[in-house]
Design a protein around this ligand. Structure first.
Ligand code: SF4
Length: 346
């Protein structure tokens, strides 16, 4: 199985969604370096790339980057807020396999509260101009206490376009998203009810993802070789280093579990236990199972990075020999890793 990468190509956005967990104003990598990275990914067996941001279409060179991926046979999903898509859509033909769009409600008051603008007509318009051009469309919804009642109606808006998927996520106060936790939090009980309502639609393309399922086995990777992973206890991405911070133990533990196979992938409760027990890393590493040494080799390589793109390539190379199932790597395209680590970005 190949490697899937979630590549955050910028941090700027033209919207101000209240629940957004992205950091802003992170310096962007230039076109030539992005193209180099795209080629490295393809060289190392990455076969699926999800482009995200910020708003990726704010990058004027996006088509050039996508062209490299497509020429190398990579499957490309573009996650865009859709607001500036129209002028670029023709140029994206052949460069994007799936257009993934957000829609949080059929109630525009709720959309304004959540996404800072109305959305229903925007989605209708995008459907109208992109389907005839051959694009496949997917949708994502963040379920919060604000839009709880406006979600089911989305079905009528999107069902006729034969969506690739409609993912409905329970709001998670990740990183910057914590600022509005009291406004957006949706209880597990309410989310279960919503899941029940969506299940009655019996559509295989509807995927309901609660906050625990939302903790996918993923790694964030920044351009300078810094790795962080989600800490499900504190709902933040934390840097993975070499043992100087007790919090890092759990991140390393988590990462080695990712590399070791799903059998050892901790659930949130298990991860919490490991978080409280920094020595568990040592115990686990002594077992030397599941390619752990290889995983450590990869992490050490990345941490020794002086040339980020070279070490990115080494990372992919290491991962492709290690990963038994699907693993998602998220890459933030920023110039200063310290910004990312200090602010717990993404
Ligand atoms: S959620 Fe997406 S569209 Fe909204 S502000 Fe954040 S990056 Fe922009």
């Amino acid at each position: 199985m190949g490697i899937e990468v979630n590549w955050f190509v910028n941090s700027d956005c033209n919207l101000t969604c209240g629940y957004c967990f992205r950091e802003r104003d992170i310096e962007e990598r230039g076109t030539s370096e992005m193209i180099k990275l795209a080629n490295y990914m393809a060289d190392e067996g990455v076969d699926r790339v999800t482009i995200g941001g910020g708003e990726p279409l704010l990058r004027e060179d996006l088509e050039q980057i996508l062209l490299v991926l497509k020429e190398r046979g990579v499957f490309v999903s573009l996650h865009t807020n859709g607001t500036i898509l129209k002028d670029r859509i023709e140029g994206l033909v052949g460069l994007v396999d799936i257009l993934s769009l957000p829609i949080d409600s059929v109630d525009e008051r709720q959309n304004r509260l959540m996404r800072s603008r109305p959305y229903v007509n925007l989605i209708r318009e995008i459907i109208e101009y992109s389907i005839p051009l051959g694009f496949k469309i997917a949708f994502k919804t963040t379920a919060t206490s604000v839009n709880r009642d406006g979600i089911l109606g989305i079905y009528d808006l999107i069902k006729d376009v034969d969506p690739v998927y409609w993912k409905v996520y329970q709001f998670r106060p990740l990183n910057r998203g914590k600022r509005e936790i009291s406004l957006f939090s949706l209880s597990d009980e309410e989310f279960r009810k919503l899941r029940g309502e969506l299940d009655t639609l019996k559509e295989p393309w509807i995927n309901v993802i609660d906050r625990i399922q939302g903790h996918q086995p993923y790694i964030f990777l920044d351009n300078m070789g810094g790795i962080s992973t989600i800490d499900p206890v504190v709902e933040e991405n934390i840097p993975v280093g070499l043992g100087y911070n007790p919090r890092i133990s759990i991140a390393r533990d988590y990462i080695q579990a990712l590399h070791g196979g799903s059998k050892y992938l901790p659930e949130v409760t298990r991860a919490y236990g490991r978080f409280l027990s920094p020595n568990s890393w040592v115990t686990y590493s002594e077992q030397d199972t599941h390619g752990l040494n290889d995983a450590l080799r990869v992490i050490n390589l990345v941490y020794g990075a002086s040339d980020p793109t070279r070490f990115m390539r080494d990372l992919f190379s290491g991962l492709s020999s290690l990963v038994k199932g699907k693993i998602t790597i998220r890459i933030a395209t920023a110039n200063n890793p310290q910004d990312l680590l200090d602010e717990n970005c993404f």
